[in-house]
Design a protein around this ligand. Structure first.
Ligand code: GLC
Ligand code: CA
Length: 547
């Protein structure tokens, strides 16, 4: 079977509010993305994933949608959305929208109607339940939540609505009520929403918190667990095992249904935001054949350690869980987590080595805007945050989260793109931008990076050229090399007769060792070399070699 395009692609994630502001209101917009398309094209990325820009009260900056088929005015118009799709395609690129299917905004007309009574036409579109102690009664003022489930942000996800004298369920925050996919009308309407955008030419979707889309039909209580905080490989936490509110069998089945909706339009990407053990998240892709979501994120690697040993083990485990015909995704940053540069001690040599790995390992790389220039997080106080999450945790001192390595205030990783050293980093010519621009913009920006031959930006561009040229890097099999010196990670990528080897030195010391390859396709450091079957790699350096 031919490898689908979305298994060979490279993804660049845009957070539209922070990419480029074309009309001086301090907010990035669709026109702004259009104006910067050549930049992404020249960098060499094929696919753009754009975080939501649909109608929304923006209580969770667009992840709270009030109309799936309208564009929020601050981002532009439908015409501009269509122009964006078209301009992306004209450059031979692909465009992926962010589909927040699990929940709407509390302001969505569907929810407004649903909450009015227990018998309106939309009454069953959301997840409504009675108190589990109805007989204690309102009269006594005693109410008990329908069950013990916790939301993904901690605390009960059940919220009381006096109109219906019932609770509605929110997996994330109280103003993001979950839709009820056990109602066929909901499923049909949302499938038609997917069709609506496919008809307009989008190449697929990133699926927001897709692992919570179905909940246990009987609403059984979750069992107790000693786990305090959810982790990437195990979403259980807040002292309970998340057994009945996520990763349900119905969600795996729905992944296949959604795939068949997409198949009506050809080969489309479905990239699931899911979390849990790899053997579980793999189920979203299909059983033995690729007939579910085409790709899922694997967030464990966001907590990577910078060592050859860590990455060797990571790749080995990933190869076990995502063998052909599946394809893993390699992602180190996004709009919810700390930028990877922090884990690298802001060392650009390390960032280049990580990019070498991400763009040559077997998998689809997904790069968050600004990573290519080493943009850093901007610490900001919780109490003035745009992001609703830190407001929930205002009573807990910040150092607690810092110690735990948690990004609670996601504003910190969403600051405006740093284009050049003019005011507001060239992001906007407004007086004030929606989030402050990082003070380091005169040092860290695209213009400056593009002029420095050995910048991270130019390194990534160079790597992308090699990747886009070598089919073995896009779809070849992977084999880890053994017998290499300590601190060196090496693997080969092979497709038919084409074979390349990638060698990465994770140690600060240079290394010299025997290696029989004929040609060097790429090296991170000018003084790395391969001569007479001897390979010399500088500290934190790496190479791509051809057999
Ligand atoms: C996902 C998004 C995040 C959003 C949440 C609720 O995790 O990545 O930004 O707040 O879902 O939609
Ligand atoms: Ca704007």
């Amino acid at each position: 079977m031919n490898t689908p395009w979305y298994h060979k692609t490279t993804i660049y994630q845009i957070y539209p509010r922070s990419f480029f502001d074309s009309n001086r209101d301090g907010i990035g917009d669709l026109k702004g993305i259009i104006l910067k398309l050549d930049y992404i094209h020249q960098l060499g990325f094929e696919t753009l994933w754009i975080s939501p820009f649909f109608s929304s009260p923006q209580a969770d900056t667009g992840y709270d949608i009030s109309s799936y088929t309208d564009i929020a005015p601050e981002y532009g118009s439908m015409d501009e959305a269509l122009q964006l799709i078209d301009e992306v395609h004209q450059r031979g690129m692909k465009i992926v929208f962010d589909m927040v299917m699990n929940h709407t905004s509390i302001e969505h007309p569907w929810f407004k109607e649903s909450r009015t009574s227990r018998n309106n036409p939309k009454s069953d579109w959301y997840i409504w339940r009675d108190s589990h102690l109805p007989s204690l009664g309102e009269g006594l003022g005693v109410r008990a939540k329908p069950n013990n489930w916790q939301s993904l942000t901690g605390g009960s996800g059940w919220h009381y609505s006096p109109e219906r004298k019932q609770y509605f369920w929110s997996s994330f925050l109280p103003f993001q009520p979950d839709l009820n996919y056990r109602n066929p009308e909901v499923k049909k309407t949302m499938s038609d929403t997917v069709r609506f955008w496919l008809n307009k030419g989008v190449d697929g979707f990133r699926l927001d918190i897709f692992n919570v889309i179905y909940k246990n039909a009987e609403f059984r209580n979750n069992p107790f667990s000693f786990k305090l905080l959810p982790t990437e490989d195990d979403p259980s936490g807040f002292f309970q095992e998340a057994k009945f509110n996520l990763n349900q069998p119905e969600s795996f089945a729905f992944a296949k249904e959604l795939r068949s909706v997409c198949d009506e339009f050809g080969e489309k990407i479905l990239l699931g935001e899911v979390s849990g053990d790899r053997s579980i998240i793999r189920k979203f892709l299909g059983d033995d054949v690729n007939n579910g979501l085409g790709l899922v994120f694997d967030f464990e690697m966001l907590n990577f350690q910078f060592s050859a040993d860590y990455f060797r083990k990571l790749i080995e485990r990933i190869e076990i869980h995502f063998p052909d015909p599946f394809m893993p995704v390699y992602v180190f940053s996004n709009h919810d987590r700390r930028r990877s540069i922090h884990k690298l001690g802001e060392d650009l040599r390390k960032a280049k080595l990580l990019a070498l790995l991400q763009l040559t390992v077997r998998g689809v790389p997904c790069v968050y805007y600004g990573e290519e220039i080493g943009m850093t997080d901007l610490p900001q106080p919780f109490n003035t945050a745009m992001d609703p999450v830190p407001h929930k945790f205002r009573s807990i001192p910040r150092f607690v989260f810092d110690l735990l390595g948690l990004t609670i205030n996601r504003d910190e990783v969403r600051t405006p793109m740093q284009w050049d050293s003019t005011p507001n980093a060239g992001f906007s010519s407004a007086g004030k931008t929606w989030l402050p621009v990082h003070k380091n913009y005169s040092k860290i920006n695209v213009e400056r990076a593009s002029k420095a031959e050995d910048s991270l930006l130019n390194t990534i561009q160079g790597l992308m050229k090699v990747r886009n040229h070598e089919r073995s890097l896009q779809e070849g099999s992977l084999e880890i090399l053994s017998g290499l010196p300590k601190g060196i990670l090496g693997y080969t990528r092979k497709l038919n007769k084409e074979k390349v080897a990638i060698l990465l030195n994770f140690d600060p010391q240079p290394r010299k060792f025997e290696f029989e390859y004929s040609e060097c396709l790429f090296k991170l450091s000018k003084t790395d070399n391969l001569a007479n079957a001897k390979l010399h790699l500088n500290g934190y350096s790496g190479m791509i070699l051809k057999a």
